[in-house]
Design a protein. Structure first.
Length: 61
């Protein structure tokens, strides 16, 4: 898969996760979404060959 297409697909996944309606009363699901978003954002930065200017937000409260 070409790099540009992969970057676009990972970016689309990040957007879908951000927009997903997750039950706020389910802390495990909230944690899973934050963890997955964290991993995808770091992967996207690596694929884009860009540096993340600041450390990612904490995953746990």
């Amino acid at each position: 898969m070409p790099r540009q297409r992969l970057v676009k697909e990972v970016h689309d996944l990040v957007n879908l996760l951000r927009e997903a309606e997750i039950d706020p009363r389910d802390p495990e699901l909230q944690f899973a979404r934050r963890l997955f978003l964290h991993c995808l954002q770091w992967r996207l930065a690596a694929l884009s060959k860009t540096r993340i200017q600041r450390p990612p937000a904490r995953i746990c409260h």
